[in-house]
Design a protein around this ligand. Structure first.
Ligand SMILES: CC(C)(COP(=O)(O)OP(=O)(O)OC[C@H]1O[C@@H](n2cnc3c(N)ncnc32)[C@H](O)[C@@H]1OP(=O)(O)O)[C@@H](O)C(=O)NCCC(=O)NCCS
Length: 147
């Protein structure tokens, strides 16, 4: 089940972060997002006794940005990432956003495939965007607005 992230989920979410990312967020970052950031939306996938994935979105007026999306490795390739993406897109449309944007490492082929499948387009490359290894990021945008 996908539900809103709670403070009590943060320790488990950080374990997922540490497993899948090299430059993971810390506890204070998640507390800030849940407690103090009025623009943030965070969800987890709760399979009873375990959190297996999570995602975050910032919505500022008619723009939205995916902050993170991750699934524990042993639960990847089972459709959970797509379910989180469906939740993100549904929420952004419900809040009348015109776009969803994100940055992704140029080497992250799995995530790029997920984003392209969901209509995200590569807009440009942000050089040395990731501080830990100076890797470039693709800046990708999914248009939601009506022309
Ligand atoms: C990216 C990620 C969230 C995808 O989650 P997932 O649950 O494995 O994805 P799903 O099973 O729902 O697959 C949805 C689509 O993603 C893409 N995808 C997922 N895994 C893939 C893989 N190993 N190779 C190629 N494409 C892949 C495909 O387009 C797939 O659609 P398809 O099954 O019709 O081909 C997951 O790989 C992950 O957590 N990666 C580590 C964290 C990360 O890199 N997050 C993104 C940061 S920008």
């Amino acid at each position: 089940m996908i539900r809103n992230m709670r403070f009590s989920d943060i320790d488990e979410v950080i374990k997922i972060e540490e497993t899948v990312f090299n430059d993971n967020w810390n506890k204070e970052a998640f507390i800030y997002e849940l407690k103090d950031n009025p623009f943030s939306y965070y969800w987890v996938i709760d399979v009873g006794d375990k959190i297996i994935g999570y995602a975050g979105l910032w919505i500022t007026f008619d723009s939205s940005t995916i902050t993170n999306i991750a699934i524990l490795p042993e639960f990847q390739r089972c459709g959970w990432g797509q379910k989180l993406m469906d939740k993100i897109i549904f929420t952004a449309i419900s809040k009348e956003c015109e776009t969803i944007s994100l940055e992704v490492r140029v080497s992250n082929h799995k995530a790029i495939a997920l984003y392209q499948k969901n209509g995200f387009i590569k807009i440009n490359v942000k050089k040395a965007y990731y501080r830990n290894n100076d890797e470039d990021a693709y800046y990708m945008v999914k248009p939601l607005g009506r022309i």
